[in-house]
Design a protein around this ligand. Structure first.
Ligand code: ZN
Length: 443
């Protein structure tokens, strides 16, 4: 047990109303001399987010020891009820807190670290359970440089609100209080009392006045703090595995029509914050925070080969990407015939010798350059709507699917049989047409 002395004086020194709630910090310590050399902290770099699945005992003490459940905050023993919002919301919350700390060499886990040193955050219970009614969260103190200790107990009272942004914001604020951060008057920083919740984009690399609603002296002296620089100086930069990105479609070397969709998957320990598509180095569509990225190429693209590049940027501001080369179908019309492939729908479509080409076998529309896969008889083939006048390019016949619409289907090869008249061929196609069933699936 380690006596904390003045650090655990329980008179609240920061308890201000916010639009939704307040948190509480108790602190009292001396600031290290200005200009003291910086070094990475000796305290644990681990934050344990405890959802208290079976309820959490909190034992009143005049010291902090998360391993034995002792907290300096409550006046009597308590039990906090479990985080109640389910696994999906919990996992999202843990990821949000990881993202908050992603730039720094701080690990966030929700797996019980046993007796290992950590800073513990209980996300559970009601504020009144440990004697701070009305609080959204509580941290025992704000230490000044060199006074940080391991195994402190911090709290976010999950039963007070189910607002995910708020819970993440409070989690970042309570844990970083015990690393030495004070409240600050910067609305985009998790240390603020201004207009919460503002979980994005994390701790801000910007000097800001300390305070809740008006400027005041910071807990450890001075008028301003820079939360991101503080954590970087204290813990050092993150050590992250490399992030990678895979373009799942189109495949390298695939044929596509202009306006094609690009699907990519980010593989990173961190959340994607943004993504962007470029074609031949020209910036295009952009995406938000989805790990499964879907972007769309321009609808006007010259026929020929193009380099498709997708970049993602994660919460540690790392940008990583991948690229494929695609063959874009050329445009065509009566005056501009195709140098290669069949002109249909204004594009020169490759045929069944190319994956996804006109008449190639398919399972879904996504397999086809045209986006349309149809089943007729025993065949399931890539097809496309007939041109005006129910016409198709040579080698294909328009099979009616309604009174004024149809799809182009490979014309039967001549059997050489003298009885296979033109009318007979059409009859066969008509029967095929009767069996046509469309699968116009697009991903
Ligand atoms: Zn606070």
């Amino acid at each position: 047990m380690r006596a904390l002395g003045v650090l655990i004086a329980l008179a609240p020194v920061a308890a201000h109303a916010t639009p939704e709630f307040r948190d509480v910090v108790v602190h009292g310590a001396k600031r290290a001399p200005e200009g003291a050399p910086k070094k990475f902290t000796q305290i644990s770099h681990l934050i344990y987010m405890n959802r208290c699945a079976a309820g959490c005992p909190v034992l009143a003490g005049n010291f902090e020891d998360a391993v034995t459940h002792h907290s300096s905050i409550p006046q009597q023993n308590a039990t906090l009820a479990a985080y109640p919002y389910g696994d999906a919301a919990w996992n999202s919350l843990v990821q949000c807190v990881r993202d908050m700390y992603a730039p720094f060499d701080i690990q966030v886990t929700d797996q019980d670290p046993g007796t290992a040193a950590r800073t513990e955050l209980l996300v559970a219970g009601h504020a009144a359970d440990i004697g701070v009614p009305g609080a959204g969260g509580v941290a025992p103190f704000v230490p000044c440089e060199g006074e940080e200790i391991d195994n402190t107990m911090t709290f976010v009272f999950a039963l007070e609100t189910n607002n995910a942004d708020f819970l993440c914001w409070a989690a970042a604020q309570e844990t970083s209080h015990v690393f030495g951060l004070d409240h600050e008057l910067l609305a985009t920083d998790p240390m603020t009392y201004l207009t919460p919740p503002v979980k994005k984009p994390g701790f801000q690399n910007m000097a800001a006045n300390c305070g809740e609603n008006t400027p005041r002296v910071c807990a450890c002296g001075g008028q301003q703090q820079n939360s991101a620089q503080f954590l970087m100086d204290m813990f050092g930069p993150a050590h992250l595995d490399p992030a990678t990105l895979t373009i799942t479609s189109p495949a390298d070397g695939a044929w596509v029509k202009p306006g094609f969709a690009v699907h990519a998957t980010s593989m990173s320990q961190l959340s994607v914050k943004s993504s962007k598509l470029s074609i031949d180095g020209v910036a295009g569509d952009t995406g938000n925070d989805e790990t499964e990225i879907v972007l769309v190429a321009p609808t006007v693209l010259a026929g020929g080969d193009h380099v498709v590049h997708v970049d993602a940027t994660d919460s540690a501001a790392r940008t990583y990407g991948s690229e494929v080369t695609v063959h874009v179908t050329a445009t065509c019309d009566a005056a501009t015939p195709c140098a290669q492939g069949k002109c249909l729908g204004g594009f020169c479509l490759p045929e069944s010798d190319v994956t996804g080409g006109l008449g190639a076998t398919c399972a879904t529309g996504a397999d086809c350059i045209t986006g349309t896969c149809a089943v007729g008889g025993d065949a399931t083939l890539c097809t496309a709507a007939c041109d005006p006048g129910m016409t198709c390019p040579g080698g294909y016949t328009c099979v009616a699917t309604s009174a004024d619409a149809g799809v182009c289907w490979p014309a039967p090869e001549s059997s050489g049989c003298a009885t296979n008249s033109g009318a007979g061929a059409l009859g066969v196609l008509a029967s095929v047409g009767a069996l046509l069933a469309f699968r116009r699936r697009r991903r």
